[in-house]
Write a protein that binds this ligand. Structure first.
Ligand SMILES: [Zn+2]
Length: 616
């Protein structure tokens, strides 16, 4: 209709009133002028979804209108479309690619730790060389006792423990050896709410009871009521989201954090929502148009355990929502633990096998499948856990009477690829049409060293095995799952898929390296399949949302940016729905505009360091 009216009015103006119309200025609403154009660019559309090295069509320029890509073409063609109010971004030959889609990031948690009001009552217990866990226990109990007079009754006292002491992992010490219990904490302090934080933690009774109030007095499976041992980080994420911040503060933190992620090139992310307050905050931010990126959310255990009924189950709401916020999947949050508390099929010494763990909530995977809803957004670290997950998807889907075609259409997902898939799992993943969301974080950090030491060097081939996945015809997509992005940017993580060199300089299973084009496709072209949004985002095509990064370097030029320097690429401008959410000050001054968004100081410093290393 708009086109028809605009055509009719143009004709009227031409016949009767052309000079008056121009002197008064045409209402641009009546004409299909672009809101903005990007010219003199190396636009790489990434619109070839094949598992190949083709980047798809390339262009010089792009016109954007009503949040979407209106036209792609040469600089001359696109410049000719511009009207008087069109914003012109002459990017001086820079490379333009689709925005980063991060299929698993705990933005809510990062928001709290990053922007949340600093809590005065946080304490770090450290262990010097030669000290044991007994020393840590003694220091903790002394601290708990000392703070009794210091704080008001019922205040939270949060304690961080060291990750490893005398060779024993903290999570194993707490969960397997139960070195601390709520009774021990109670004896030291039952006045304040005491919590030892982490994937495995411990609470005193007062803290545990507070958590219980969010579950109608029943303790959910992630906390052992006998010992007060917390066996999932989700407990704390949920608890603190409800306890420590009100709705206004929660909204402000999440808004800030998401805005900052646009400075790393993020235009969409997917995440499980872990508390009611966060759910409310995200819905409210969307309603007030304060979400800087698109957000696909999964609903996890907090929701179905608390509600004791399944309001959404029985109907698959995947994709339901707005342009900025939609439902992605039901999630159990995690089907096993964080390394080393994973479940594998690998033969290993008894002390390793006995710490392996599956979550009690794993059966929900089958329940979701039997209700015909999508399962995804869920941490699955070991290969045995993936076997069991696939068993449940198959048996649940059979119960629901789904055909293989219908199962495949769900695109159930498995997140992380920590120690999976093993090669033999590929045909089954492919048959079920599952998508693997993988974080290169595990290549980068010490995880790989531990796997090699504890299970054997050959199993590094199962660590984020991008080549096995993609050559096997299974879709593999990118996730960060880490706030480390704030220090390195996404391109460091993408470069890990290409180089596989960890922070200590060790090469990790080089057979699993993939080329840079595949690496970028995991975060652009292929990623929206995980979000059921491939018709809207992920590539630069006419009609799709204008979610775009303007890069500081030509990512595709192997001479200008060798593999080892891919980590130094960063966006100078990020558009979401055509709107500049991030604009670097230097590019801004080139464009004669004001900078936009939160400048990623840490990433800029880190990249400068990497660049300086090469010069030296
Ligand atoms: Zn995660």
């Amino acid at each position: 209709m708009k086109k028809f009216i605009s055509g009719m009015f143009s004709t009227l103006f031409l016949v009767f009133n052309i000079s008056t119309a121009f002197s008064q200025g045409l209402d641009p609403i009546l004409i299909d002028y672009p809101d903005s154009i990007i010219i003199n660019a190396n636009v790489v559309s990434m619109d070839d979804a094949g598992i190949n090295e083709n980047v798809g069509a390339t262009y010089q320029a792009m016109a954007i209108r009503d949040n979407r890509i209106l036209k792609l073409g040469t600089t001359n063609e696109i410049t000719a479309l511009a009207g008087p109010d069109t914003t012109v971004y002459d990017v001086g030959g820079r490379t333009v690619v689709p925005g980063i889609i991060d299929t698993h990031a705990h933005i809510w948690q990062y928001a709290q730790s990053h922007w949340g009001p600093k809590l005065g009552n946080q304490f770090d217990i450290t262990a010097e060389d030669g000290e044991t866990w007994q020393d840590v226990i003694d220091k903790t109990l002394k601290l708990a006792s000392d703070v009794k007079q210091q704080f008001e009754p019922d205040e939270w006292v949060l304690i961080n423990w060291p990750r490893k002491v005398a060779g024993l992992d903290k999570n194993v010490a707490i969960r397997t050896h139960q070195i601390m219990t709520r009774q021990m904490l109670d004896e030291a302090n039952s006045t304040q709410r005491i919590a030892i934080l982490g994937n495995r933690g411990v609470m005193n009774t007062l803290a545990m009871e507070t958590y219980g109030t969010y579950f109608n007095g029943d303790y959910p499976p992630e906390i052992d009521p006998e010992t007060g041992i917390v066996i999932s980080a989700t407990v704390y994420r949920h608890l603190f989201a409800e306890e420590l911040y009100d709705l206004t503060a929660t909204m402000a933190m999440i808004e800030q954090e998401i805005r900052e992620w646009t400075a790393y090139g993020t235009t969409t992310f997917s995440s499980s929502i872990e508390s009611f307050r966060q759910m409310t905050a995200v819905l409210a931010l969307d309603k007030e148009d304060r979400l800087a990126t698109r957000v696909a959310y999964g609903l996890g255990n907090t929701f179905y355990i608390t509600m004791k009924f399944h309001p959404y189950l029985g109907y698959d709401f995947v994709g339901y929502g707005t342009d900025k916020l939609w439902f992605n999947a039901w999630s159990t949050t995690s089907n096993d633990g964080a390394y080393p508390l994973i479940a594998s099929t690998i033969e290993a010494p008894p002390e390793i096998k006995e710490r392996e763990l599956l979550r009690s909530r794993v059966p929900f995977t089958g329940e979701f499948a039997s209700q015909g809803v999508r399962f995804s957004n869920t941490h699955i670290a070991g290969d045995r856990t993936l076997d069991i997950t696939m068993d449940m998807i198959e048996s649940g889907s059979a119960q629901a009477g789904l055909s293989l075609e219908e199962i495949r259409a769900k695109r159930h997902g498995s997140d992380h690829c920590n120690l999976n898939p093993r090669p033999e799992q590929i045909p089954r993943l492919k048959r079920l049409g599952m998508i693997m969301s993988c974080t290169p974080m595990y290549i980068a950090r010490t995880n790989a060293v531990e796997i090699a030491e504890e299970y054997g060097e050959q199993y590094l081939e199962w660590l984020v095995p991008m080549r096995t996945i993609l050559e096997g015809g299974v879709l593999g997509v990118y996730e960060s799952d880490s706030h480390q992005i704030a220090g390195t940017g996404h391109y460091y993580f993408l470069s890990q898929m290409v180089n596989r060199i960890n922070i200590e300089g060790k090469v990790i299973a080089p057979n699993q390296r993939i080329n840079r084009i595949w690496a970028l496709k995991t975060a652009t072209t292929w990623a929206p399949y995980y979000l059921h949004m491939e018709n809207e985002i992920g590539t630069l095509e006419e009609g799709k949302f204008a979610d775009i990064q303007v890069l500081d370097k030509n990512y595709f030029d192997e001479n200008a940016v060798p593999d080892l320097m891919l980590k130094t690429v960063r966006p100078l401008m990020t558009l979401v729905g055509g709107e500049a959410m991030y604009l670097d000050p230097h590019l801004a001054s080139e464009l004669g505009r004001e900078p936009v968004g939160i400048q990623p100081q840490q990433v800029i410093r880190q990249i400068a360091e990497w660049e300086a290393e090469v010069v030296r």
